[in-house]
Design a binder for this molecule. Structure first.
Ligand code: ADP
Ligand code: MG
Length: 566
């Protein structure tokens, strides 16, 4: 402690690079400070520090990390508390550039495995970023001293050291509850569960917080199930959607997309108070949408698209600029390739000609002249041959009634099971569509070749996330705007790290399929942690959180530089 103070006084007013000499660890009264990385100037990305608090200063019950999920939740809630305390204290240090600013990678509405906080039997480690204080481009040692010796200890006093057992208990209990619901879902082959009372709509298009004054969810009687979950007197009731084909209908603005969005996000777990904490979905559910303009690399889209004009091969389809229907076909096939077991589709983000084709159009444009086999002709095959379920929002066409196992209608945000009525209507007004369904067709199993990843930028190798939906790899951009289940910028940063790692370690090989590659990545995350993909696995590894395999695959699939073999 004295040492750091002396050093700061010594470098005060000197050139900013002088801060580099601080790299190292320092013992404080109740914690150890590790200064892992020091920024080169006040405007560069901030310095990385860790606060390491020993067990005797902050004791973690064994119970809080006895399962992986409980451990993640304990780490998550600590990060939230530290985040709140930082926000309260951030005004106190000033300087030029981003200097003086402290941040933690605080979680949002989802609870994800992340590196912000880690606990083990011996200590709690908190990873922070800090802009080391500057005056212009000179070291402001006085402010730095205040930062390390006043603000940091203050933050700990107000967060970690102020935490009560119940703060953590409520989080790990939620973990247990969600785990029990998931178990029930597996046992009963439910692909989605939405609890009664859940709040599905969000505050706005740019806010992930619950809408105030929303109509709470109320399950249709036919789908209502009741689950005994721990730490609750009453069983939890709600709507279960079984495996198979679910069509969600209803008038415009009655809440169809809102329900589907909640189901989409249900692959992750949400915090208490989010409104969706008991909305859970098959973790391998993938939203598929149209995404015109995207790059496609050697994907077999022939189950949906054939006989393109100019005789383009759709067994191994590539384009720099996909159309609405080819992009949606690609998104379906890519999801299947890496193991999606449920597809989620919304008419609002679909290509009409990919989804439906009515009798009149079948008559006018004969099959030989129509490259597209619409999804409606494949949906049943997909379920029967590949055991893949679909949850589909479709307010605009009743043609899906025939294929549906169940039809849910939203009426002023309240769902009703209208399967019987829909089936009656289907037999009363038989669709004159020709049934053109044949076997589903082959799913690609592609291999990404080593040259796919060109991370060079000048002499350096660089892969960097820019916000939630963009990664810059070397000199090319990867656009993830339409990858809707990527939900946290720390996931994007993790994917950038993974890409860098794959390239550095030569993990892309002509004999390794994409599926095997993803398995390897997941295995390493499970066994060695997220940080093992970074260049500082034993220090502050950066602000990263766990992405799903589907979003990692989505990134590789959108590489403009991909080299692929099938
Ligand atoms: P649809 O897809 O059926 O056209 P949306 O899901 O887009 O309808 O919902 C329309 C509007 O209603 C949105 O602004 C949404 O936030 C709001 N909304 C959806 N569900 C609810 C609810 N349960 N309570 C209050 N407002 C809701
Ligand atoms: Mg809609």
């Amino acid at each position: 402690m004295q040492k750091l103070q002396a050093q700061l006084r010594d470098i005060d007013g000197k050139g900013y690079k002088g801060y580099k000499s601080l790299q190292g660890t320092y013992q404080f009264q109740s914690f150890k400070l590790a200064i892992d990385y020091v920024q080169g100037d006040p405007f560069a990305s901030p310095s990385k520090i860790r606060i390491i608090v020993p067990e005797r200063q902050f004791s973690i019950k064994k119970d809080w990390y006895k399962s992986k999920m409980r451990k993640i939740y304990t780490e998550d809630v600590i990060a939230r508390h530290v985040g709140r305390a930082i926000r309260k204290n951030n005004e106190s240090i000033r300087g030029s550039g981003k200097s003086g600013l402290l941040t933690i990678d605080a979680p949002g509405q989802e609870i994800l495995e992340r590196t912000a906080v880690t606990i083990d039997g011996e200590q709690t480690t908190i990873c922070l970023s800090v802009g080391l204080p500057a005056n212009g481009r000179r070291i402001n040692g006085k402010e730095a001293e205040k930062l390390f010796f006043k603000v940091l200890p203050n933050i700990l006093t107000q967060s970690l050291f102020a935490m009560k057992e119940k703060d953590i208990e409520s989080f790990v209990q939620l973990a247990d509850q969600q785990e029990v619901i998931r178990e029930k879902m597996r046992e009963n082959n439910w692909v989605a569960f939405v609890a009664d009372g859940a709040i599905l709509p969000r505050e706005s298009g740019i806010s992930n917080r619950p809408l105030k004054k929303a109509v709470p969810f109320k399950s249709p009687e036919e789908n209502r199930v009741s689950i005994d979950i721990p730490y609750r007197d009453e069983p939890l009731t709600g709507m279960a959607l079984s495996k198979g084909i679910t069509v969600i209908v209803g008038g415009g603005y009655h809440g169809k997309s809102t329900l589907l969005n909640a189901i989409e996000r249900g692959v992750y777990h949400h915090v208490q108070g989010d409104g969706r904490e008991y909305v859970l979905t098959d973790p391998d559910a993938v939203k598929v949408r149209a995404e015109d303009g995207r790059k496609v690399s050697h994907v077999n889209i022939s189950p949906f698209i054939n006989n393109l004009p100019h005789g383009e091969d759709t067994n191994e389809f590539s384009t720099e600029n996909a159309s609405g229907s080819t992009s949606q076909a690609t998104n379906v096939m890519e999801a299947l390739e890496v193991g999606a077991s449920t597809l989620l589709i919304d008419e609002d983000t679909s290509a009409t000609n990919f989804m439906i084709r009515d009798q009149r159009m079948q008559e006018l444009v004969v099959k030989e002249k129509e490259p597209i086999t619409p999804f409606i002709d494949k949906i049943t095959r997909l379920r029967v041959e590949h055991d893949v379920s679909t949850i589909l929002v479709m307010g605009g066409s009743g043609d899906y009634f025939d294929a549906a196992d169940q039809v849910i209608m939203l009426d002023e945000y309240i769902p009703f099971n209208v399967t019987t009525k829909a089936k009656d209507i289907a037999s009363q007004f038989p669709s004159q569509r020709k049934d053109l369904s044949e076997s589903f067709g082959a799913i690609s199993n592609r291999r990404f070749l080593p040259y796919s990843l060109d991370t060079r930028k000048g002499k350096k190798s660089k892969v960097q996330a820019k916000g939630l939906s963009k990664i810059i790899m070397g000199t090319t951009d990867i656009d993830l705007q339409q990858v809707e289940q990527l939900v946290d910028t720390s996931q994007t940063r993790m994917i950038a790290q993974i890409i860098h790692y794959l390239e550095q370690k030569g993990w892309l090989k002509s004999e390794t399929s994409l599926t095997e590659l993803l398995n390897q990545i997941e295995k390493q995350i499970d066994s060695r942690g997220l940080a093992s993909f970074t260049s500082r696995p034993n220090e502050h590894p950066g602000e990263i959180a766990r992405p799903r395999r589907f979003e990692i695959a989505a990134t590789l699939n959108r590489l403009r530089t991909a080299q692929v073999q099938i």
